[in-house]
Write a protein of this length. Sequence first.
Length: 231
Amino acid sequence: MTRVAPPTPEGQGRGRAPGDRGLLAVAVAVLLTRLPFLGAGYGTDNDAWSVVAASRAIARTGAYQVSRFPGFPIPEYAGALLWRGSPWLVNGVSALMCAAAAVLLAVILRRAGARDATLGAVAFAFTPAVYIASVSGMDYLWACAFLMAALVLALERRGAPAGLALGLAAGCRITSIAFLLPLAMVRGMAAPGARARAVLALALPALAVTCAVFLAAMHPVLVQVSSSALL
């Protein structure tokens, strides 16, 4: 059974960092095992095709169009730059996000004291739902990678960058903002003498980035981008 050490308070040791070779091995394993499936379409989930259709509409018209409500602005706008690259490019970015999420999970597990952090990260990456999402046009792993980054930064006591990462995750999937509560708990527990300040340093950037992303996407003036730049 994997052993996990209790969180350490502010100022104590940060635990051992994963070896560069271990992290590189995780990333390479994820990417190589996705290669055979990247060109086989955008996936079996209709929502993945909706994302690509919305991205194509954004590229052609310069106006924001949701793939499904309430909108997933960051993947939809990114897709406007990627969709001409065929499924290989769109799905390739999903695979990269999966690799990033797995590497960040290895960092989290090692910092938490897990004995088999690399193995745990690989197990995550090869979970069927994760594997399927990583070779499709879905936005799940976009949000997951940013959430993992937010947790790593929160554990490193970097509240504002963690909030920025959480805001980007919410820009990929709005439900990600629900992770503000557990991340605030992580920051508060690590800074018992300045909990309010630590939580605000996390929450304010997270909410600001989330609002900025959705307002920029939805506002009829701000979304008028040049179609020629995306085509």
